[in-house]
Design a protein around this ligand. Structure first.
Ligand code: ASP
Length: 291
């Protein structure tokens, strides 16, 4: 019987003093929709893009409509997508003016010889491909993460969305989308659009990260999970070891991962992580904290 599995996250900036009664059922609904697509034979790439697009459009997470602005009040968004085992990837960084960065990242994957487009070049490319524009940023953005900024000193508040998928044909995809960290400097790019740091998929694993992106860049966090699994390490242990390396450097965040058997790992070293999973057995869980 064909096996498929997936997981999504809505960011590891979750705080215990906040109410997540909208996010938890929303994430469950997206996993149910993904399950139905996977059961119909939809590809991991299509499921990952559809899921992240819905996360972006919801306005509930710090990505897409829920994005937070940089120091100048501009909305610079990052996203990436990678598939395996073919290792195709696309990414956009510091993209302004477009509704679904993950769609633009997919177009970079499918229709350019490049892996990443940034800034004005990314926006020109999105415009040339008729991607949906944001006409009025003031009316569009919801600033979903504003309540998540009571963070410990030295740790930047943040939020992101992501998705990892194993489809019924054994193909995999990982996608991640973010507004980055709160009050970031103009032009700051984090891990999310960097293949290997914020997103990775090599056919052994699909991995998406969320957290203070600088630390995910310094550890090649998502690819490192793949390299560890390729070397024979158990998926849960690989994810836990990478998070402990991030923690050792002073960073916090979380990782979601699926391997080619449909094993799942959703771990974090922050207070909580909005996340939901579909196991190969069909079980769905949607949660923010461990207890
Ligand atoms: N990793 C993202 C960044 O640093 C933020 C997050 O995941 O919350 O841009």
């Amino acid at each position: 019987m064909a096996r498929f599995a997936m997981a999504l996250h809505g960011g590891a900036g979750a705080k215990r003093n906040r109410d997540y009664s909208r996010e938890t059922p929303h994430m469950r609904g997206l996993v149910e929709a993904a399950r139905d697509m996977l059961a119909r034979g939809t590809s991991a790439l299509d499921v990952a893009v559809a899921t992240v697009r819905d996360l972006e459009d919801s306005g509930l997470y710090v990505a897409g409509r829920g994005a937070s602005p940089n120091e100048l009040g501009q909305y610079e968004l990052d996203a990436s997508i990678m598939t395996g085992p073919d290792r195709h990837a696309g990414a956009v960084a510091a993209l302004q003016g477009f509704r679904n960065p993950v769609e633009v990242a997919r177009l970079v994957l499918e229709s350019t010889p490049h892996v990443m487009l940034a800034g004005d070049g990314a926006a020109r490319f999105a415009a040339a491909n008729n991607c949906d524009r944001i006409d009025d940023p003031k009316a569009w953005f919801t600033a979903a993460g504003q309540g998540e900024d009571n963070h410990p000193p030295g740790r930047l508040a943040h939020g992101t969305v992501g998705c990892v998928v194993l489809d019924a044909d054994g193909n995999m995809a990982a996608a991640t989308s973010t507004a980055g960290v709160f009050g970031k400097m103009p032009g700051r790019v984090g891990d999310t659009p960097i293949i290997a740091s914020g997103t990775w998929c090599d056919g052994q694993v699909a991995v998406s990260g969320t957290g203070q992106g600088e630390y995910f860049m310094l550890t090649a966090a998502c690819a490192q999970v793949g390299w560890r699994v390729a070397a024979g390490q158990d998926l849960q242990e690989a994810v836990a070891d990478v998070l402990s390396e991030i923690g050792g450097l002073g960073g916090d965040g979380g990782l979601i991962a699926v391997d080619r058997e449909g094993r799942l790992a959703t771990l974090y070293n922050s207070e909580g992580m909005k996340r939901a999973v579909l196991t190969p057995g069909g079980e769905i869980r949607s949660e923010v904290f461990d207890d």
